[in-house]
Write a protein that binds this ligand. Structure first.
Ligand code: BEZ
Ligand code: FE
Length: 313
């Protein structure tokens, strides 16, 4: 059955009332967005002849998504975080603020307030004794290669099971999360363990939809960064370790060629000793270029709900 009702006065009038256009008060921006949103939902129902059965399946899907706390997991899976990045890149270009290390998505697993130290941090709690040791190191510079001292490198990553502390309550507090302030040469170094890629909960709402799309819910092994310094654009980024099966097939679309980094096994004793180690390890080097700006609103991370953000340390 194909019926067309969208252009009728009845439906147009309904949409206006749904969005509260005929009422004083409320928020104009929200009204505008809800009007457009519901228009587009109605239009999809019309164009694709969505049946009541399909519609109510979608409604109860959204219910379950919320109950499972997976809305911020589905969003990157549907390319929304990537799309926001595409827009931010385009805005930077328009404002003449392109360049430096590329951004990529934050993801939903940041926790604010990780311990902070100067130049070096040990990120793992030592509980995974057989994990491969990772030395993560690099230099933060401006676009001309000038070292930036006192930049804050906020790093977080998953453990060997692809799980993140705080969300995985079996891990210790702030395990695999640290803030490192760069030294006078702009350098930072972390000792940690090689992470595994994240996978969506197999029985969760996100994976349920991905299954219907014929898609997997996996990310490659990766490491997240916020890098900030007054006078420079805040950078949200990640590196993906080369050689992972999902390096170029990330369900969250966060991979960028410039952010694929080799993980190099180091067998050399002297180099291990230089990092206080007595066995081979894997070295990951990531140098970061920040872009200057005097716009203060670009110097800190954008607002969104984050675990422990705004809470006393
Ligand atoms: C992550 O960074 O691990 C992540 C990103 C998007 C969705 C799920 C996880
Ligand atoms: Fe992650």
């Amino acid at each position: 059955m194909t019926v067309k009702t969208m252009q009728t006065a009845e439906v147009q009038d309904l949409l206006e009332k749904v969005a509260g256009f005929n009422k004083e008060g409320g928020n104009e921006r929200v009204k505008t967005i809800v009007h457009r949103l519901m228009h587009d939902v109605f239009q999809i129902i019309e164009d694709l002849d969505v049946t009541p059965d399909e519609f109510w399946q979608a409604v109860y899907y959204v219910n379950e998504l919320g109950q499972n706390g997976e809305a911020a997991l589905l969003a990157p899976g549907l390319g929304m975080d990537k799309y926001l990045d595409i827009r931010l890149d385009a805005e930077d270009e328009q404002a003449g603020l392109s360049g430096g290390t590329p951004r990529t998505i934050e993801g939903p697993l940041y926790v604010a307030g990780a311990p902070q130290s100067e130049a070096f941090a040990r990120m793992d709690d030592g509980s995974d004794e057989t994990a491969e040791i990772m030395i993560l190191t690099g230099q933060v510079t401006d676009e001309n290669g000038q070292p930036l001292a006192n930049a804050v490198v906020d790093v977080w990553h998953a453990d060997r099971k692809g799980a993140y502390s705080y969300f995985d309550q079996s891990q210790s507090e702030y395990n695999l999360r640290r803030r490192i302030v760069t030294d006078e040469n702009g350098r930072y170094t972390a000792r940690s363990i090689i992470p595994s890629g994240y996978g969506c909960p197999p029985e969760g709402s996100t994976q349920q939809l991905l299954n219907l799309l014929g898609r997997h819910g996996n990310r490659p092994a990766h490491i997240h960064f916020f890098i900030s310094k007054p006078g420079f654009k805040h950078l949200t980024t990640q590196i993906n370790l080369a050689g992972d099966a999902y390096t170029y097939d990330d369900f969250a679309f966060a991979t960028r060629d410039e952010l694929v980094v080799d993980a190099n096994r180091i067998e050399d004793h002297a180099e291990a000793e230089a990092y206080g180690l007595n066995k081979p390890f894997t070295k990951v080097e990531f140098n970061i270029q920040l872009v200057r700006t005097d716009k203060s609103e670009l110097q800190s991370r954008h607002e969104r709900k984050r675990a422990l953000e705004g809470e006393p340390a």
